[in-house]
Design a protein around this ligand. Sequence first.
Ligand code: ATP
Length: 583
Amino acid sequence: MSLARLIGGFVRRHWHAYVSSAFMLAGVAICTVLIPRKVGALIDGLAAHRLDQDALLLGLAQLLGLGLAIYVLRVGWRIRLYSAAYNLGVELRTRLYARLAAQGPAFYGRQRTGDLMALATNDIDAIEMAAGEAMLAGFDGTLTLLMVLGIMTLGVDWRLASIALLPFPLMALAFWRISSHIHKAEGDALKRFSALNDHVQESLTGVRTLRALGLEDRSAAQFSELAGNAADASLSAQRWEAAYEPAVGLTLSAATGLTLGLGGYLVWNNELTVGALTSFSMYLGQLIWPMFAAGWVLSLIERGRAGLARLQPLLDTPLTVDDKGTLEQVGRGPLVVKDVTFAYGEADRPALSEVSVAMQPGQTLGLVGPTGAGKSTLLRVLLRQATPQQGAVSWAGHRLEDYRLSALRAALSWVPQESFLFSATIAENIALARPGASRLDVEEAARMASIHDDILRFPQGYDTPVGEKGITLSGGQRQRVAIARALLADSSLLLLDDALSAVDTGTETRILEHLAELRAARPERAAIIASHRLSSVAGADRIVVLRDGRITESGTHDELLALDGWYASQWRYQQLEASIDAE
Ligand code: ATP
């Protein structure tokens, strides 16, 4: 969509704000052109000794009145217009946010966070300015130009007007030449600001790593270079804008020279009064604003176009996961993964190859295998964060795609490898899974995740703020808060992705016992536990070993030990390791 269409659609929806602003601007333009006329008449009256004191005072009072009216109308249109233009910013930001919220991991794998943040702030600001400031300055400038030209030609002297306007085509030429440079420079400036944003975001996220590796100076030097690049790009846009100003000045000086030349001659020959020449010179001065408005509008529009050119592809990016299913609820029934093959983007080797596995409601499935074997990927397929290229997954008799995403998400609780805590209290972080949950429910979930006692030791217990603005939890505590959150959701399938890796074996055993208790209370609850630590899955109804994306072994703990393959050797190794640690 072009900027003109975007703004056109917006203006149609908010026409009352634009029309009332336009009326106020027209009022400003009328008052503005009346002033030189009034001044000219006063001068002629004074020169001809026609004006008495009262008439002079009345004339001055009228000038003051016009000045005040201009002031009030200017404030009025700004307030009216900007409140409408800010709405465009809100609309675009909301659309962008909704789009980002619906995208899956494949999309985020390609995008840089700093870039997305720059789009949501800087680029949308640029479009907002084009819809507000540029629209009205364009309207105001054009109206003033037409009225001033009209009154110069018809109200003062057409011969003077024709001569005075001779240099103006030169300025139009400069305007046309400069506009393409400004477009390029504005696009460049927005892109470089994004790169700067990316660097700041990445450095702040990884500030501890940077410090630990002693890379602060290098990062600062990179920042300084990127900031310099962004400043250079903005300066280049400014330079082109600045090139426009002398062109305006030169044109107006030439026009003034021509006006005084011909005007002086006409006054000399008594074909023009001094007052009329004064009015004409004042009108010439009033052309400065439309000329500058043209340059300013040009730069705002180019900036808006550059911003939209960066934003549009993002809004048009197809969703990496579609939500076309219609089923509102997942019923009771087996989960069947059949011949699933999945490869990430450009990867030459699939992360999952012909994986088939089935589980009944209430069962626990263990998922083990070396690092990079595809455990997390299989969970992502179940979460519909990844869509298999071959094979299918069905749950309770229907394909996963037949369910609405909201239905699937209600039926699944997922604790990822890296659990995230928001800047809120611990209780709020746990209750995210079920916003209406009572404090008792939250505490019960925390007990089940073996984090209740830790929480009571925090300065304000469950009301202790965590996340970026609060205390920092240890990796194990964070994992257990995330498990509590998942348990509170009370969904029928719990997915734990290496979610016990940062807790000690004693705590791990307690959490697994609690999970078994919960399943005894609600027998239809199932769980898939992906883990490096085999003790996490030893009690599962069935364990699947994944290696290089393929299932190489499968069975119960005892069956796999009897098989004497990868599982059995890992089990012996981990038991030995545990006994050495215990000594
Ligand atoms: P770990 O136990 O270390 O978490 P895993 O068994 O969970 O490993 P996956 O994370 O599923 O393994 O990764 C399987 C393969 O897919 C690996 O080769 C990995 O490099 C690749 N992979 C994982 N995520 C992505 C991604 N977003 N884009 C491209 N490749 C990926």
